[in-house]
Design a protein around this ligand. Structure first.
Ligand code: ARG
Length: 405
């Protein structure tokens, strides 16, 4: 009888490489690795060889960059999804897409198991498990193996297991092995010395961004064009979302923009020190928010901002495939119908500053807003407006307080 099969989400990192060996040993299954190319990684190179060396019978590599940007990242950007105001959700957007590809690949190979390399302490296990179960009919047909959650090894024991299995692992200076997750929307760095919240992230923890000291001494001006809340051009050159993000990561990263050092509330209840590099995301959120100040009414801005918080919590919490997320998405799509236009920013020494915004749908009207005497605002009707607007406050003051001032 042929062995059962398991499709393993495979990054090429230490945890997932050990998982190939571990699943074979502990479940006696054939392992097919699935690596999705979400951009920004050298990981794709040599990943198939690594998987085979670890014992996988087959290795699937899918380029999902466009799907990732168009179906996850940009809808999230449009929705203003920034977890706890600082985390651009790079990892969190990737998990539902990876889950979808895992389920699709499992169906294709007739595998009854899928697996991911997440530990039992993080958010990612929740995102994977919840998405996989939701997409595969409540997990009846596809079972989930999470080796790193089951094997109970410490980090050092994992390193030892990897060595014993003859696997190469990537180390940085001082033998530090950060847990890194990366895609074109951002890079997340965890663990090792970062676990002391008082210690500044060492310079060699960063790979996309310059330090402020090393950032150019000259400012740089950029212009971003949006159509209905989606970025479509950089410096007046139309480009695909993937290329735009790639280029902006380089430009903004060079100026030291997009470093985030955050003590984050995980879904599983613990706080964790997270360091991110998300240059393009930081600039794009800022630019879009600036454009919205011109294209959305005050009430739209307020409602959007409260829904953004719910939306980002949903994404963070692994609830991408829910009706509520889609309901809010529908609001965002509709609200952003007129968020088309351009934003100019200055990049300099770790910060980006919006210095101009314009839209053919801008609600800003020069003739209304100008302080010059030629304005078209009706000053006379302001008096009447204030008279009625202040009526309830005046009545209450007269009858109930302030009478003897
Ligand atoms: N804290 C972030 C999240 O939950 C990033 C996790 C990234 N994973 C990693 N292995 N560094 O989405």
């Amino acid at each position: 009888m042929s062995k059962g099969k398991c499709v393993l989400a495979y990054s090429g990192g230490m945890d997932s490489t050990i998982s190939v060996v571990w699943i074979k040993e502990n479940y006696d299954l054939d392992v097919i690795t699935l690596t999705v190319d979400l951009g920004a990684g050298p990981e794709i190179e040599g990943v198939a060889e690594k998987a085979k060396k670890a014992g996988a019978i087959d290795s699937v590599i899918l380029d999902v960059k466009d799907e990732f940007v168009n179906e996850y990242v940009f809808p999230g950007l449009k929705a203003g999804a920034m977890y706890e105001d600082v985390y651009a959700l790079s990892t969190a957007f990737a998990r539902p897409l990876m889950s979808k590809k895992l389920v699709e690949t499992a169906r294709k190979y007739g595998a009854e198991y899928v697996s991911h390399g997440c530990t039992g302490k993080g958010n990612d296990q929740v995102r994977f498990d919840a998405s996989i179960m939701t997409l595969s009919g409540d997990g009846d047909s596809i079972k989930i193996i999470a080796p790193a959650r089951e094997w109970g090894m410490t980090r050092d024991e994992e390193k030892e297991y990897a060595n014993k299995a003859g696997l190469e692992i990537r180390e940085v200076g001082n033998n530090r092995v950060y847990s890194i997750d990366r895609n074109l929307w951002g890079l997340a760095i965890e663990g090792e010395d970062l676990e002391d919240t008082w210690i500044a992230p060492p310079e060699d923890a960063f790979s996309w961004t310059s330090s402020i000291e090393n950032a150019p001494n000259e400012e740089e001006f950029i212009e971003i064009g949006f159509e209905q809340g989606i970025p479509v051009s950089l410096n007046n050159k139309n480009m695909s979302g993937v290329n735009l993000i790639d280029e902006l990561n380089i430009i903004a990263g060079k100026h030291g923009i997009g470093r985030v050092d955050h003590l984050e509330n995980r879904l599983v209840g613990i706080k964790s020190r997270e360091v991110y590099e998300t240059p393009a995301a930081v600039v794009l959120y800022q630019a879009l928010a600036a454009l919205e100040t011109a294209t959305l009414s005050r009430e739209q801005q307020r409602i959007k901002s409260s829904l953004s918080t719910t939306f980002s919590d949903l994404v963070y919490d692994g609830r991408w495939f829910t009706n509520l997320r889609e309901n809010i998405q529908a609001f965002m799509d509709d609200a952003q119908k007129f968020t088309s236009g351009n934003v100019k920013l200055k990049l300099f020494k770790g910060s980006s500053t919006v210095i101009g915004r314009k839209s053919r749908f801008s609600l800003y009207d020069y003739n209304m807003s100008t302080y010059s005497t030629t304005d078209s605002f009706n000053h006379g009707s302001a008096e009447g407006f204030i008279d009625i607007y202040s009526l309830p406050a005046r009545m209450q003051a007269k009858k109930q307080k302030y009478n003897d001032l």
